[in-house]
Design a protein around this ligand. Structure first.
Ligand code: TXA
Ligand code: MG
Length: 368
Protein backbone atom coordinates (compact mmCIF):
# COMPACT_ATOMS: atom_id res chain seq x y z
CA UNK A 1 0.00 0.00 0.00
CA UNK A 2 1.22 3.50 -0.79
CA UNK A 3 1.37 5.64 2.34
CA UNK A 4 0.30 9.23 1.73
CA UNK A 5 2.07 12.05 3.54
CA UNK A 6 0.29 15.32 4.25
CA UNK A 7 2.67 18.12 5.21
CA UNK A 8 0.58 20.65 7.03
CA UNK A 9 1.53 24.15 6.06
CA UNK A 10 1.87 26.55 8.97
CA UNK A 11 -0.43 29.60 8.98
CA UNK A 12 -2.91 27.97 6.61
CA UNK A 13 -6.36 26.94 7.84
CA UNK A 14 -6.25 23.34 9.07
CA UNK A 15 -9.65 22.16 7.97
CA UNK A 16 -9.02 21.93 4.18
CA UNK A 17 -5.62 20.32 4.69
CA UNK A 18 -7.16 17.49 6.71
CA UNK A 19 -10.13 16.58 4.49
CA UNK A 20 -8.47 13.65 2.73
CA UNK A 21 -6.97 12.17 5.90
CA UNK A 22 -10.31 12.44 7.72
CA UNK A 23 -12.15 10.84 4.80
CA UNK A 24 -9.78 7.87 4.85
CA UNK A 25 -10.34 7.48 8.61
CA UNK A 26 -14.11 7.65 8.17
CA UNK A 27 -13.78 5.03 5.41
CA UNK A 28 -12.12 2.52 7.74
CA UNK A 29 -8.44 3.14 6.90
CA UNK A 30 -5.52 3.71 9.29
CA UNK A 31 -3.93 7.16 9.39
CA UNK A 32 -1.17 8.40 11.73
CA UNK A 33 -1.47 11.88 13.23
CA UNK A 34 0.30 14.12 15.75
CA UNK A 35 -0.82 14.74 19.31
CA UNK A 36 0.91 16.76 22.03
CA UNK A 37 2.39 13.56 23.49
CA UNK A 38 3.44 11.24 20.63
CA UNK A 39 2.09 10.36 17.16
CA UNK A 40 -0.99 8.13 17.17
CA UNK A 41 -2.02 5.39 14.74
CA UNK A 42 -5.68 6.25 14.20
CA UNK A 43 -8.73 4.34 13.01
CA UNK A 44 -12.50 4.66 13.46
CA UNK A 45 -12.93 3.55 17.08
CA UNK A 46 -16.47 2.29 16.52
CA UNK A 47 -15.55 0.16 13.48
CA UNK A 48 -14.09 -3.21 14.57
CA UNK A 49 -12.57 -3.98 11.15
CA UNK A 50 -10.78 -0.63 11.09
CA UNK A 51 -9.45 -1.22 14.63
CA UNK A 52 -8.19 -4.67 13.67
CA UNK A 53 -6.03 -2.99 11.02
CA UNK A 54 -4.27 -1.06 13.81
CA UNK A 55 -3.33 -4.29 15.58
CA UNK A 56 -2.06 -5.76 12.31
CA UNK A 57 0.01 -2.65 11.40
CA UNK A 58 1.68 -2.49 14.82
CA UNK A 59 2.07 -6.22 15.39
CA UNK A 60 0.24 -5.54 18.64
CA UNK A 61 -0.95 -8.39 20.89
CA UNK A 62 -4.77 -8.61 20.87
CA UNK A 63 -4.92 -8.43 24.69
CA UNK A 64 -3.65 -4.83 24.68
CA UNK A 65 -6.61 -2.40 24.49
CA UNK A 66 -6.69 0.90 22.57
CA UNK A 67 -7.33 4.50 23.68
CA UNK A 68 -10.34 6.30 22.14
CA UNK A 69 -9.61 9.94 21.25
CA UNK A 70 -12.36 12.56 21.32
CA UNK A 71 -12.51 16.18 20.19
CA UNK A 72 -14.81 17.67 22.79
CA UNK A 73 -15.52 16.95 26.44
CA UNK A 74 -19.13 15.71 26.05
CA UNK A 75 -18.16 13.10 23.47
CA UNK A 76 -17.09 10.88 26.37
CA UNK A 77 -20.75 10.46 27.37
CA UNK A 78 -21.49 8.14 24.43
CA UNK A 79 -18.46 6.00 25.32
CA UNK A 80 -19.16 5.40 29.00
CA UNK A 81 -21.99 3.91 31.06
CA UNK A 82 -21.31 6.53 33.73
CA UNK A 83 -18.56 8.78 35.12
CA UNK A 84 -17.43 8.75 38.74
CA UNK A 85 -16.96 12.09 40.57
CA UNK A 86 -13.21 11.41 40.37
CA UNK A 87 -13.36 11.28 36.58
CA UNK A 88 -15.32 14.53 36.40
CA UNK A 89 -12.81 16.35 38.62
CA UNK A 90 -9.89 15.17 36.52
CA UNK A 91 -11.59 16.06 33.23
CA UNK A 92 -12.26 19.55 34.49
CA UNK A 93 -8.69 20.02 35.67
CA UNK A 94 -6.68 18.46 32.84
CA UNK A 95 -8.75 18.15 29.64
CA UNK A 96 -7.94 18.82 26.89
CA UNK A 97 -4.41 17.57 27.57
CA UNK A 98 -2.03 14.64 28.00
CA UNK A 99 -4.29 12.57 30.28
CA UNK A 100 -6.19 9.34 29.50
CA UNK A 101 -9.02 8.24 31.78
CA UNK A 102 -10.12 4.66 32.33
CA UNK A 103 -13.93 4.68 32.67
CA UNK A 104 -16.76 2.10 32.56
CA UNK A 105 -17.47 1.40 28.91
CA UNK A 106 -20.77 1.75 27.06
CA UNK A 107 -22.27 -0.97 24.83
CA UNK A 108 -21.33 0.94 21.67
CA UNK A 109 -17.65 0.11 21.95
CA UNK A 110 -16.38 -2.91 19.99
CA UNK A 111 -14.65 -5.62 22.02
CA UNK A 112 -11.53 -5.37 19.88
CA UNK A 113 -10.95 -1.83 21.27
CA UNK A 114 -11.12 -2.83 24.92
CA UNK A 115 -9.61 -6.31 24.50
CA UNK A 116 -12.72 -7.64 26.21
CA UNK A 117 -12.40 -5.46 29.37
CA UNK A 118 -15.51 -3.74 30.77
CA UNK A 119 -13.63 -0.44 30.95
CA UNK A 120 -12.39 1.84 28.17
CA UNK A 121 -9.52 4.34 27.91
CA UNK A 122 -10.57 7.82 26.70
CA UNK A 123 -8.37 10.81 25.88
CA UNK A 124 -9.18 14.38 24.80
CA UNK A 125 -5.95 15.73 23.27
CA UNK A 126 -5.17 19.44 23.19
CA UNK A 127 -3.29 19.31 19.84
CA UNK A 128 -5.31 21.28 17.27
CA UNK A 129 -4.48 18.91 14.39
CA UNK A 130 -5.64 15.89 16.38
CA UNK A 131 -8.85 17.62 17.39
CA UNK A 132 -9.70 18.87 13.90
CA UNK A 133 -9.00 15.45 12.39
CA UNK A 134 -11.27 13.70 14.92
CA UNK A 135 -13.97 16.32 14.35
CA UNK A 136 -13.90 15.84 10.58
CA UNK A 137 -13.79 12.04 10.81
CA UNK A 138 -17.00 12.34 12.84
CA UNK A 139 -16.20 9.45 15.15
CA UNK A 140 -14.01 8.73 18.18
CA UNK A 141 -10.57 7.72 16.92
CA UNK A 142 -8.85 4.67 18.40
CA UNK A 143 -5.12 5.36 18.47
CA UNK A 144 -2.17 3.66 20.08
CA UNK A 145 1.28 5.17 19.64
CA UNK A 146 2.30 4.91 15.95
CA UNK A 147 5.34 2.64 16.45
CA UNK A 148 5.77 -1.06 15.77
CA UNK A 149 5.03 -2.90 19.03
CA UNK A 150 8.09 -2.85 21.28
CA UNK A 151 9.79 0.18 19.67
CA UNK A 152 9.99 3.65 21.22
CA UNK A 153 6.94 5.80 20.34
CA UNK A 154 7.42 8.16 17.37
CA UNK A 155 7.47 11.90 18.14
CA UNK A 156 7.76 13.12 14.52
CA UNK A 157 6.44 12.06 11.11
CA UNK A 158 9.79 10.67 9.88
CA UNK A 159 9.91 8.25 12.82
CA UNK A 160 6.35 7.15 12.06
CA UNK A 161 7.28 6.45 8.44
CA UNK A 162 10.28 4.44 9.55
CA UNK A 163 7.91 1.91 11.15
CA UNK A 164 4.77 2.34 9.03
CA UNK A 165 5.71 3.28 5.44
CA UNK A 166 3.84 1.03 3.03
CA UNK A 167 1.72 -0.40 5.83
CA UNK A 168 -0.90 2.31 6.52
CA UNK A 169 -2.97 4.68 4.36
CA UNK A 170 -1.27 7.90 5.43
CA UNK A 171 0.60 10.12 7.88
CA UNK A 172 -0.37 13.67 8.82
CA UNK A 173 2.88 15.56 9.44
CA UNK A 174 2.24 18.23 12.05
CA UNK A 175 5.83 18.63 13.20
CA UNK A 176 7.47 17.39 16.40
CA UNK A 177 5.45 16.56 19.51
CA UNK A 178 5.79 18.91 22.47
CA UNK A 179 5.72 16.55 25.41
CA UNK A 180 7.43 13.51 23.94
CA UNK A 181 6.17 10.83 26.35
CA UNK A 182 2.70 9.28 26.24
CA UNK A 183 -0.29 10.50 28.25
CA UNK A 184 -0.79 9.80 31.94
CA UNK A 185 -3.32 6.98 32.31
CA UNK A 186 -5.58 7.24 35.37
CA UNK A 187 -8.11 4.62 36.43
CA UNK A 188 -11.19 6.44 37.73
CA UNK A 189 -13.48 3.43 38.13
CA UNK A 190 -12.62 2.61 41.76
CA UNK A 191 -12.96 4.53 45.02
CA UNK A 192 -9.52 6.09 44.55
CA UNK A 193 -7.73 7.39 41.45
CA UNK A 194 -4.85 5.14 40.38
CA UNK A 195 -2.11 6.13 37.93
CA UNK A 196 -1.54 3.17 35.59
CA UNK A 197 1.06 4.94 33.43
CA UNK A 198 2.95 8.11 34.42
CA UNK A 199 3.03 10.87 31.79
CA UNK A 200 2.76 14.55 31.02
CA UNK A 201 0.23 15.20 33.81
CA UNK A 202 2.38 14.37 36.82
CA UNK A 203 1.52 12.57 40.06
CA UNK A 204 2.16 15.84 41.87
CA UNK A 205 -0.35 17.68 39.64
CA UNK A 206 -3.01 15.01 40.17
CA UNK A 207 -2.45 14.96 43.96
CA UNK A 208 -2.99 18.70 44.08
CA UNK A 209 -6.41 18.35 42.45
CA UNK A 210 -7.62 15.19 44.22
CA UNK A 211 -5.77 15.45 47.55
CA UNK A 212 -4.28 12.01 46.96
CA UNK A 213 -3.61 9.52 44.19
CA UNK A 214 -2.15 6.02 44.10
CA UNK A 215 0.49 4.65 41.76
CA UNK A 216 -0.30 1.19 40.36
CA UNK A 217 1.95 -1.16 42.41
CA UNK A 218 2.57 -3.07 39.16
CA UNK A 219 4.66 -0.09 37.99
CA UNK A 220 7.11 -0.35 40.86
CA UNK A 221 7.08 -3.96 42.08
CA UNK A 222 8.57 -6.67 39.90
CA UNK A 223 6.23 -9.47 40.99
CA UNK A 224 2.95 -7.57 40.42
CA UNK A 225 1.23 -7.41 37.04
CA UNK A 226 0.51 -3.84 35.90
CA UNK A 227 -3.20 -3.01 35.50
CA UNK A 228 -2.72 -1.37 32.09
CA UNK A 229 -2.17 -4.49 29.95
CA UNK A 230 0.35 -2.70 27.71
CA UNK A 231 2.64 -1.84 30.62
CA UNK A 232 3.75 -5.45 31.09
CA UNK A 233 5.58 -5.63 27.79
CA UNK A 234 9.27 -4.86 27.28
CA UNK A 235 8.87 -1.58 25.50
CA UNK A 236 10.78 1.33 24.15
CA UNK A 237 13.71 -0.93 23.41
CA UNK A 238 16.50 0.16 21.07
CA UNK A 239 18.34 -2.70 19.32
CA UNK A 240 21.61 -2.42 21.26
CA UNK A 241 21.75 -3.42 24.94
CA UNK A 242 21.41 -0.44 27.26
CA UNK A 243 22.50 0.28 30.82
CA UNK A 244 20.93 3.07 32.85
CA UNK A 245 22.93 4.93 35.48
CA UNK A 246 20.92 6.42 38.33
CA UNK A 247 21.73 8.03 41.67
CA UNK A 248 23.14 11.28 43.04
CA UNK A 249 26.33 10.89 40.97
CA UNK A 250 24.66 9.62 37.78
CA UNK A 251 26.53 12.18 35.70
CA UNK A 252 29.95 11.03 36.94
CA UNK A 253 28.89 7.41 36.54
CA UNK A 254 27.90 7.99 32.92
CA UNK A 255 31.25 9.61 32.15
CA UNK A 256 33.14 6.72 33.73
CA UNK A 257 31.04 4.09 31.94
CA UNK A 258 31.38 5.90 28.59
CA UNK A 259 35.17 6.04 28.94
CA UNK A 260 35.35 2.33 29.78
CA UNK A 261 33.03 1.25 26.97
CA UNK A 262 34.93 3.33 24.43
CA UNK A 263 38.28 2.01 25.67
CA UNK A 264 37.07 -1.56 25.20
CA UNK A 265 36.50 -0.81 21.52
CA UNK A 266 32.71 -0.63 21.52
CA UNK A 267 30.78 1.81 19.38
CA UNK A 268 29.04 3.44 22.32
CA UNK A 269 25.83 5.48 22.32
CA UNK A 270 25.36 7.86 25.23
CA UNK A 271 22.13 9.67 26.09
CA UNK A 272 22.88 12.19 28.82
CA UNK A 273 21.89 15.59 30.14
CA UNK A 274 23.60 18.68 28.73
CA UNK A 275 25.83 19.12 31.81
CA UNK A 276 27.22 15.59 31.39
CA UNK A 277 27.63 15.83 27.62
CA UNK A 278 29.96 18.80 28.12
CA UNK A 279 32.39 16.59 30.08
CA UNK A 280 32.51 13.56 27.80
CA UNK A 281 35.68 12.98 25.79
CA UNK A 282 35.48 13.30 21.99
CA UNK A 283 35.99 10.05 20.10
CA UNK A 284 34.65 8.62 16.84
CA UNK A 285 33.48 5.61 18.86
CA UNK A 286 31.42 7.75 21.26
CA UNK A 287 28.05 8.70 19.76
CA UNK A 288 26.77 11.27 22.21
CA UNK A 289 23.16 12.48 22.27
CA UNK A 290 22.22 15.51 24.30
CA UNK A 291 18.94 14.94 26.16
CA UNK A 292 18.71 18.62 27.12
CA UNK A 293 19.03 20.42 30.42
CA UNK A 294 15.52 20.18 31.91
CA UNK A 295 13.06 17.33 32.50
CA UNK A 296 10.76 18.85 29.87
CA UNK A 297 13.56 18.80 27.28
CA UNK A 298 14.60 15.27 28.21
CA UNK A 299 11.01 14.01 27.82
CA UNK A 300 10.67 15.77 24.48
CA UNK A 301 13.96 14.34 23.14
CA UNK A 302 13.96 10.88 24.72
CA UNK A 303 12.25 8.69 22.10
CA UNK A 304 13.76 10.46 19.11
CA UNK A 305 17.27 10.02 20.51
CA UNK A 306 16.68 6.37 21.45
CA UNK A 307 15.41 5.62 17.95
CA UNK A 308 18.46 7.33 16.43
CA UNK A 309 20.80 4.83 18.10
CA UNK A 310 19.28 2.08 15.93
CA UNK A 311 20.16 3.97 12.76
CA UNK A 312 23.66 4.73 14.07
CA UNK A 313 24.24 1.03 14.73
CA UNK A 314 25.84 1.40 18.13
CA UNK A 315 27.02 -1.72 20.00
CA UNK A 316 25.96 -0.55 23.42
CA UNK A 317 24.02 2.33 25.02
CA UNK A 318 24.52 4.21 28.28
CA UNK A 319 21.68 6.38 29.63
CA UNK A 320 21.68 8.97 32.38
CA UNK A 321 18.83 8.65 34.87
CA UNK A 322 17.03 11.47 36.67
CA UNK A 323 15.01 11.66 39.91
CA UNK A 324 11.54 10.09 39.97
CA UNK A 325 9.87 13.41 40.75
CA UNK A 326 7.57 15.44 38.47
CA UNK A 327 8.08 14.53 34.80
CA UNK A 328 11.05 12.41 35.96
CA UNK A 329 8.64 9.61 36.95
CA UNK A 330 7.36 9.28 33.36
CA UNK A 331 10.86 9.58 31.91
CA UNK A 332 12.33 6.94 34.22
CA UNK A 333 9.41 4.56 33.60
CA UNK A 334 10.34 4.61 29.89
CA UNK A 335 14.11 4.64 30.35
CA UNK A 336 14.11 1.68 32.74
CA UNK A 337 12.16 -0.35 30.18
CA UNK A 338 14.46 0.76 27.37
CA UNK A 339 17.37 -0.49 29.45
CA UNK A 340 15.61 -3.81 30.14
CA UNK A 341 16.03 -2.87 33.84
CA UNK A 342 19.82 -3.07 33.62
CA UNK A 343 20.50 -0.35 36.17
CA UNK A 344 23.57 0.86 38.06
CA UNK A 345 23.54 3.24 41.05
CA UNK A 346 26.23 5.94 41.29
CA UNK A 347 27.01 7.31 44.74
CA UNK A 348 30.08 8.08 46.87
CA UNK A 349 32.43 7.54 43.96
CA UNK A 350 31.17 3.98 43.42
CA UNK A 351 28.99 2.22 40.87
CA UNK A 352 26.72 -0.46 42.36
CA UNK A 353 24.44 -2.92 40.60
CA UNK A 354 20.81 -1.98 41.23
CA UNK A 355 19.20 -4.55 38.93
CA UNK A 356 19.79 -6.61 35.81
CA UNK A 357 23.10 -7.28 34.06
CA UNK A 358 26.38 -5.41 34.44
CA UNK A 359 27.99 -4.80 31.02
CA UNK A 360 31.29 -6.68 30.53
CA UNK A 361 33.28 -3.47 30.10
CA UNK A 362 32.28 -2.45 33.66
CA UNK A 363 32.63 -5.85 35.40
CA UNK A 364 35.81 -4.82 37.26
CA UNK A 365 34.42 -1.50 38.44
CA UNK A 366 30.95 -2.30 39.67
CA UNK A 367 30.38 -3.28 43.27
CA UNK A 368 27.92 -6.21 43.14
O1 TXA B 1 -0.29 9.74 24.64
C1 TXA B 1 -0.90 8.70 24.39
O2 TXA B 1 -1.64 8.15 25.22
C2 TXA B 1 -0.74 8.13 22.97
C3 TXA B 1 -1.34 9.10 21.99
C4 TXA B 1 -1.35 8.57 20.59
O3 TXA B 1 -2.61 9.47 22.42
N1 TXA B 1 -1.34 6.83 22.88
C5 TXA B 1 -0.82 5.73 23.50
O4 TXA B 1 -1.50 4.55 23.24
O5 TXA B 1 0.17 5.77 24.18
P1 TXA B 1 -0.87 3.10 23.52
O6 TXA B 1 -1.85 2.16 22.92
O7 TXA B 1 0.50 3.05 23.03
O8 TXA B 1 -0.97 2.93 25.05
C6 TXA B 1 -2.23 2.72 25.66
C7 TXA B 1 -2.07 2.06 26.99
C8 TXA B 1 -1.68 0.60 26.90
O9 TXA B 1 -0.71 0.32 27.88
C9 TXA B 1 -2.98 -0.11 27.21
O10 TXA B 1 -2.78 -1.37 27.78
C10 TXA B 1 -3.65 0.85 28.18
O11 TXA B 1 -3.37 2.10 27.64
N2 TXA B 1 -5.12 0.68 28.23
C11 TXA B 1 -6.00 0.87 27.22
N3 TXA B 1 -7.27 0.59 27.63
C12 TXA B 1 -7.18 0.24 28.93
C13 TXA B 1 -8.13 -0.17 29.93
N4 TXA B 1 -9.43 -0.26 29.67
N5 TXA B 1 -7.68 -0.45 31.18
C14 TXA B 1 -6.33 -0.35 31.46
N6 TXA B 1 -5.39 0.04 30.56
C15 TXA B 1 -5.81 0.31 29.32
MG1 MG C 1 2.44 2.54 22.84
Amino acid sequence: METKLWNLKKNEPLAPQLIEAAALLAGGEVVAFPTETVYGLGADGLNPDACRKIFAAKGRPADNPLILHICEMDQILQLTSGLTPLAKKLMEAFWPGPMTLIVHKSDRIPDVVTAGLDTVAVRFPVHTVARELIRQAGTPIAAPSANKSGKPSPTNAADVLQDMDGIIAGVVDGGACDIGVESTIIDTTGPEAVILRPGGITLEMVSKVLGSVKLDPGLVKKDETPRAPGMKYRHYAPKAPMVLIEGPEASLGVIRAAVMAEASGLRTGVLALAGTVDHLPRSPRLIVHNGGSTLEELAENLFRELRLFDREQVDTIIGEGVDDTDLGLAIMNRMRKSAGHNILWAENGLLRRKSGHVPDYLKDFVVQ
